[in-house]
Design a protein around this ligand. Sequence first.
Ligand SMILES: *Cc1c(COP(=O)(O)O)cnc(C)c1O
Length: 224
Amino acid sequence: MSINKEQYLIIKEQLTTNAVTLIAVSKTKPNEDVQALYDLGHRAFGENYVQELVDKEASLPKDIQWHFIGHLQSNKVKYIAPFVYMIHGVDSEKLLQEINKQAAKQNKIIDCLLQVHIATEETKFGFDGPSLHEILVSGRVANYTNVRIRGLMGMASFSEDQNLLSNEFTLLKSYFDKAQQAFPNGQFDTLSMGMSSDYTLAISKGSTMVRIGSLLFGARNYNK
Ligand SMILES: *Cc1c(COP(=O)(O)O)cnc(C)c1O
């Protein structure tokens, strides 16, 4: 139960050089750890579970930017819509519709990233290349006036094979470059890829936002 301050400062420095945004992934970690990083000046945190996020938001400082990075069920959007800063895992048009609806109720616009499936594992969520292209060229996203599509998010395979990871990140970057053409206004500026084990590679392949948990907060223990 503590944070790795030295590691944080090293990563911060690395990312500043590359103009990459750091999302500190605090899932399963106690409020004190979030507060400790906050006290070092950090504001952008990522969470995967709706109830945990709602609880943390209620008791931690109000100027934290909460990124929802997990798999979001449509019926739970309403709980995070009032305060969420960005939703990374938008993996269906149904979910996009629901986010739009809940954002409208809150009189706000919610920033979203479309999740793309790039990994070899079937268990990971996201659009595939053709369905991503279809939703973007169809122009339907323009109907969702209370969401702002800011870019793409992806998770590489759970693997040590640098070649495989490199190919997956390169593929995601190519989708990103292509999709960007659908947003001539410049809003489409975020490519969320890279975690503790692969963020340096992800940055070299064009990531603009990394989601780092265990390097900052230590390994997670799910059976507490
Ligand atoms: C948990 C998680 C992370 C952080 O993983 P680490 O390996 O601890 O850095 C990043 N992205 C997503 C989507 C996650 O679920």
